[in-house]
Design a protein around this ligand. Structure first.
Ligand code: HEM
Length: 508
């Protein structure tokens, strides 16, 4: 009895002590180490870190109307903006007990992203984001990443990309059929671009139509909303295993339904081969995944779970980002109609009234400049993330292990020291002599698609799709911004126009 009492008392003492150690002593110790490296920031508060402060700043900003300005950093990441002003270019903030070191100097960003020794690996993802990307290519490391990357490289490069042009054109034609009913009227291009980019990735990577993939897209959209809503919510010690919120239940449900829908699509393709209706799994991305899955010569073939993760990743990455690029480009061209004219002149010289072709797409110079300037001002991915390993030396700093490192692309792209006093203005001419000249050979200063070994695998796919869509629109229409447009860029995983982009179309 006495022994039992003693155990109970020790436990009662041990639990609060362990909690105090993990929630107070460890973070404060880390804060001291980081601060002593010259990296300051808002002070860690027990349990929530600096999230309460971040939420407060975000709420204040999102409730105020915004001018039609491209100076969007203070709007999209107001907490980072406030802290950067207070603590300098590199600073630390906390989500719960996890420190996030924010690095905005291009040289240091290059050091992190170009590192090939594994000093700054990808961060492990948890919770709802894990349900979106699984353990797929975006988070994998080592052998597994290499295998997935080879497959993706093959499906989205060179000849394969050329073969996708007709499907991209057909999808844009479908969209423009619908635009005929909006001539001389207002149209919100965002909803149509959402459909277009969904249709393009469905057709080119998965051999299906948007309608067939529709369930998958709808579920991914719902999952994105859950991820954004919960981005700054803190939960400790796996408490979600015992206390399920409505969002947890919803996220599990979506994950299961996504898995079933993807497996249905996979099975359909496998059955075609089994029953002799098709000779092989096909040349698209899904076909490559299935070939790798059934390859008996491989030591570690791609598993069914890998296939599901890759399909989710490419459905999401292939659609969401390019949708942003198209929407922001049309907004910028609707404001700057002189650039519409310049781009249209080039398009008509190259293609006349014919559909775009691969050779011409590669020669579109004005369009390249416009797309680069759009990606600079409104990068669809606003922040990149890595973590530190033991002994990581970044510039003059020695970082403790397991620090999350935030690399805000948006901040880099709007930095007046790099881009000049007109950094927030739309000036595609800054790219007239290429990216190297625009950045004065500081290549890390412009990285909408990332940098180093993990550079975006869909970069050429996305820019081809955007060039085709914008060319075909400009061949047929002039457009100007509708007075109903409300400027409010928001980050819902990617950077989106919160209230759409409304333009008035004038047929040519
Ligand atoms: C304008 C459009 C796009 C933008 C701005 C964009 C941006 C990015 C960025 C910044 C990264 C690097 C992330 C990091 O370093 O952690 C990335 C990676 C990736 N992107 Fe994109 N992306 C776009 C379109 C696409 C498309 C169309 C696809 C698929 C067809 C795609 C698939 C991927 C994949 C799979 C990765 C991970 C690569 C790896 O880790 O090896 N992206 N993207």
């Amino acid at each position: 009895m006495v022994a039992l009492l003693a155990i109970c008392v020790s436990l009662l003492l041990l639990i609060p002590l362990t909690l105090l150690y993990k929630l107070w002593w460890v973070p404060l110790h880390l804060q001291h180490i980081i601060n002593s490296q010259g990296i300051k920031g808002p002070s860690y508060k027990i349990l929530h870190g600096t999230t309460k402060e971040a939420i407060k700043i975000q709420r204040q900003t999102s409730n105020t109307p915004m001018d039609l300005s491209h100076d969007i950093f203070p709007r999209v990441q107001p907490h980072l903006y406030s802290w950067m002003k207070l603590y300098g270019n590199n600073f630390v903030h906390w989500i719960g007990t996890q420190p996030y070191i924010v690095i905005t100097e291009p040289e240091l960003i290059k050091e992190v992203l170009s590192n090939k020794e594994g000093t700054y690996p990808k961060t492990k993802i948890k919770s709802y984001l894990k349900k979106l990307l699984g353990d797929g290519i975006v988070v994998a490391e080592g052998e597994k990443w290499l295998r997935l990357r080879k497959l993706a490289n093959h499906a989205f490069h060179g000849e394969c990309l050329k073969d996708m042009v007709p499907a991209m054109i057909a999808s844009v034609e479908n969209m423009l059929e619908n635009w005929r009913f909006h001539e001389n009227k207002e149209i919100d291009v965002c909803s149509d671009f959402r459909l277009l980019t969904s249709e393009v990735i469905s057709r080119t990577a998965f051999g299906s139509s948007y309608l067939e993939g529709r369930k998958i897209f709808d579920m991914l959209t719902d999952l994105c909303a859950l991820i954004s809503r919960n981005a700054l919510k803190i939960r400790f010690f796996g408490i979600e295993k015992f206390m399920r919120t409505q969002d947890d239940i919803e996220a599990d449900k979506i994950e299961n339904l996504l898995r079933d829908s993807i497996m249905e699509m996979v099975k359909k393709r496998q059955d075609e081969v089994k029953t002799g209706r098709a000779q092989n799994f096909g040349n698209d991305f899904l076909g490559s995944l299935l070939k790798a899955h059934h390859d008996t010569d491989q030591k570690n073939p791609i598993s069914a779970v890998d296939i599901i993760d890759e399909c989710k990743t490419f459905y999401f990455a292939g659609q969401e980002t390019t949708y942003g690029l198209l929407s922001w480009s049309v907004l910028l061209l609707a404001i700057h109609t002189d650039w519409q004219e310049k781009a249209r002149k080039e398009i008509l010289e190259l293609f006349g009234q014919e559909n775009p072709n691969s050779d011409g797409i590669a020669r579109l110079k004005m369009m390249d400049m416009i797309i680069n300037e759009s990606l600079r001002l409104y990068p669809p991915i606003v922040v990149n993330q890595r973590k530190s390993t033991k002994g990581a030396r970044l510039g003059n700093h020695i970082l403790p292990a397991n620090m999350k490192i935030h690399l805000p692309i948006l901040v880099l792209h709007h930095n007046p020291t790099i881009w000049g006093d007109d950094a927030h203005l739309f000036k595609p001419e800054r790219f007239s002599k290429g990216v190297a000249a625009a950045t004065k050979n500081n290549l890390a200063a412009f990285c909408p698609f990332g940098l180093g070994p993990r550079t975006c695998v869909g970069m050429n796919f996305a820019t081809n799709e955007a060039k085709i869509a914008l060319s075909m629109i400009l061949q047929r229409y002039k457009f100007k911004l509708s007075p109903n447009y409300v400027h409010s860029p928001v980050q819902v995983i990617t950077l989106r126009p919160q209230h759409g982009v409304q333009v008035v179309l004038q047929a040519l």
